[in-house]
Design a binder for this molecule. Structure first.
Ligand code: MOS
Length: 743
């Protein structure tokens, strides 16, 4: 094997040193030598109503306060909804337009931007801006209390799968029945890095925009259409992102406000949100699911029903795939699914790590567990008994599905066979011990992606694409694919991303980046192979004269003839003799629809959990997790494991802690800080084992990868709630599982 094989290896992050030494810069850290100004956002204390008076005089009188933007003095921006729509906008509704009217639509709505010479001054001046409101009372803020307002989405991003068979009759006829409601409340993304935009106002009146985003092209096209700028006037750059989890899929309002101020003042402006303001936009929607599962005497599932409700705002219809999982994850001929929205007086929900999947699989996997107990079968055996060999929602086979192997390897590692079937039967002092299992599932998608590659005469390769690395390991994995495809040492390859001057890439989301951009990187490096082979064939008396690509190997910086490995030529030599300083290619990789459309494409996981529950206090500790994942080819075993570990930790947080608590009188999230919005921390995390099951897939994309950003969290919450039941005999169907629900 050559020394330039990197795919499937454990490789540390290529940008690791830049990150730990602080040279990696985030959106708020870019500066100009002199003259940058600071914007501070004033947030509405009222959740719904009208602004009836604004008084900025006191604040404006302070020396160093440059301007205060409110709905009364902002420049004209685009009028039509379509100008505010971007790649992750819900397909129907009116996107929020900051400072465009006196109307208040949600708590903490930005109502002014104070711009000053220093951040401290801007923040102080913001306290001196006086508003008067006409506040509406009787706010509608709780999903469960407003189900009477439920209606179908005007447009659904994931149309609900059609019913099969007769689910009601099959349920009625079933020997064993479970019919329950499953709920989780509002959750917020809370990435470490706050949303920030630094706008550099250049001498030629163009803007260089450093934005915290999961897609520079999305921020750019939004700014262009809202402010009527050209591509050249709005370059967006985002080399590093301190966590996204979906919150950066939509441009957030600090981008709008910072650009507005820069254009009006013709100055460079920086706007950074506060942690409190991080609770002022999209969130995982609260959901309620009514799930029914019927099984026959043998434990074969006969009927699955999921009637889901999720919250949206009054101005946009946010939808996600919550219920369709119930139609295909298990084999069942009678299914009935439905999904309705309940508009509330909140900001529009948005995608949050495995949107809909986390939610739908929590309800389904808890209900399936309940069904297993009803039947009297081991929960893992019950899942295997109802294993789906085919996606019956779509009527298609899976492109690959090694879930059975994930169950097997996960169970073995966990020691599932030693499980005591009885509930509340295993104890260690005052700790009740329980074991639970759940299935995870997420889509394996591919989007069009483009990449450029430039090989220089010194043997260095630069590959680039305007994608993002939100902490997922994109820099590293792309570098590996490029290095291995062209056969160059890893240290001679550099991958660039996060700049609208680079080739067009999709948003980094949906776990599709490796499949989409990775395929483009592979493809562009293969195009360089073709160029190099041509140079080799053109050599005088070339041993490669009659060779085609299949006859040679590109590795270790040279082309070698497969039939006679003594015949090889170095790339640097080829470039020198042909007088080229560099060769460059640019390739677009499109999903092969013809090949893909006949198959259903998903990643799967089997999650095994041990919990210890304090008998007296109900305190829950997740002491062991085994997360066995089947996600196609693994490019980097280290960063992949990081992804699944992170997802699992978040699953623990989701199951036990995370909850944005609404004050129904004022329509505000009360715990809008990290002291009161609890996430899993080191003390909550014990043993986590990640297994990658071997899975070959030639259909999903040319790399055979399925994506790993989201699968790690799916199923974890259900496995924990199932383990809590096994430990205590108490079934908790509402997340988070807090002490009072267990005691
Ligand atoms: Mo992910 S919720 O698609 O960033």
């Amino acid at each position: 094997m050559s020394t330039t094989n990197y795919i499937g290896k454990e490789i540390s992050r290529v940008e690791g040193k830049a990150k730990v030494t602080g040279t990696a810069k985030y959106a708020a850290e870019f500066n100009v030598a002199t003259g940058i100004t600071y914007g501070y956002v004033v947030s509405s204390p009222v959740a719904k109503g009208k602004i009836v008076a604004v008084d900025t005089r006191q604040a404006l009188a302070l020396k160093g306060v440059l301007q205060i933007f409110t709905h009364e003095n902002v420049m004209k921006t685009a009028w039509f909804d379509s100008s505010y729509q971007e790649q992750d906008s819900p397909p129907s509704g009116s996107p929020f337009r900051p400072l465009q009217s006196d109307e208040i639509q949600f708590a903490q709505q930005p109502i002014a931007l104070v711009v000053a010479d220093t951040f401290e001054l801007a923040r102080y001046a913001a306290t001196l801006v006086h508003f008067e409101f006409e506040a509406e009372t009787n706010l509608v803020t709780e999903l469960e209390l407003n189900l009477d307002k439920a209606r179908p989405a005007k447009k659904h991003r994931f149309p609900v799968s059609k019913p099969r068979g007769d689910a009601d009759k099959a349920f009625a006829d079933s020997e064993f029945k479970v019919r329950e409601e499953y709920f989780h409340g509002y959750e917020h993304h809370n990435p470490m890095e706050m949303f920030a935009s630094t706008i550099i106002y250049n001498e030629d009146d163009t803007l260089t925009i450093y934005d915290k985003t999961q897609g520079v092209f999305n921020s750019q096209s939004y700014i262009k259409s809202v402010f009527g700028l050209s591509t050249e006037q709005a370059r967006v750059i985002s080399p590093y992102v301190g966590g996204g989890f979906g919150s950066g899929l939509r441009p957030q309002y600090q981008l709008f406000l910072a650009v507005l101020a820069a254009l009006e003042l013709k100055r460079s402006v920086k706007v950074v949100l506060t942690r409190q303001q991080m609770f002022s936009f999209g969130h995982r929607p609260a959901t309620l699911q009514r799930v029914a599962i019927g099984a026959d005497k043998e434990g074969k599932i006969q009927s699955i029903i999921n009637e889901g409700f999720s919250e949206t705002s009054q101005f946009e219809d946010y939808t996600e795939n919550i219920v369709n999982w119930a139609g295909f994850v298990y084999d069942c001929d009678n299914t009935k699914l439905d999904h309705k929205l309940v508009p509330l007086d909140v900001f529009t929900p948005m995608d949050m790590r495995a949107p809909g999947g986390v939610t739908g699989m929590f309800a389904l996997e808890t209900a399936v567990d309940e069904a297993a107990y009803a039947v009297g079968m081991d929960p893992l055996e019950f899942r295997l008994k109802n294993y789906s060999e085919k996606d019956k929602n779509e009527g298609k086979p899976y492109s690959s599905k090694e879930l059975r192997e994930a169950y097997r390897q996960g169970a073995e590692k966990f020691g599932w066979s030693k499980r005591n079937a009885a509930v509340r039967a295993t104890q260690e002092g005052n700790q009740l011990i329980g074991w639970g299992v759940a299935t995870g599932c997420w889509e394996a998608m591919q989007m069009p992606g483009r990449a450029k590659a430039k090989l220089s005469v010194d043997g260095k390769l630069e590959v680039s694409s305007g994608t993002a690395d939100i902490g997922t390991g994109t820099y590293t994995a792309m570098t590996q694919v490029a290095a291995e495809t062209l056969g160059l040492p890893l240290e001679d390859v550099r991958f660039k991303l996060g700049d609208t001057l680079l080739p067009l890439a999709p948003l980094e989301g949906g776990s599709w980046t490796m499949a989409s951009v990775g395929s483009a990187v592979k493809s562009v490096c293969e195009t360089l192979q073709t160029r190099l082979l041509r140079l080799a064939k053109d050599l005088k008396d070339s041993p490669f004269a009659g060779a085609e690509k299949k006859d040679v190997t590109f590795a270790d910086g040279k082309i070698t003839l497969n039939g006679d490995t003594s015949k090889s030529v170095e790339y640097t030599y080829l470039m020198k003799v042909s007088g080229k300083n560099f060769i460059e290619e640019d390739t677009t990789s499109l999903p092969n629809m013809l090949k893909q459309s006949g198959y259903s494409r998903y990643t799967h996981s089997a999650v095994f959990v041990e919990v210890k529950v304090d008998e007296d206090f109900g305190a829950i500790h997740v002491t062991r997790v085994v997360n066995a994942v089947a996600a196609g080819r693994i490019i980097n075993t280290k960063t992949s494991r990081n992804q699944v570990l992170g997802g699992t930790v978040w699953g623990i947080g989701q199951a036990l802690y995370e909850d944005s608590i609404m004050d129904d009188q004022y329509g505000r999230f009360m715990n809008h800080n990290l002291a009161e919005y609890h996430v899993a921390v080191n003390a909550d995390v014990h043993d986590i084992d990640v297994i990658f099951v071997e899975e070959h897939d030639d259909i999903v994309n040319p790399l055979g990868v399925k994506g790993l950003g989201e699968i790690g969290i799916v199923g974890v919450a259900a496995a924990i709630s199932n383990a809590v039941y096994h430990a205590t005999g108490k079934r908790v169907r509402s997340l988070p599982i807090q002490l009072d629900k267990v005691m």
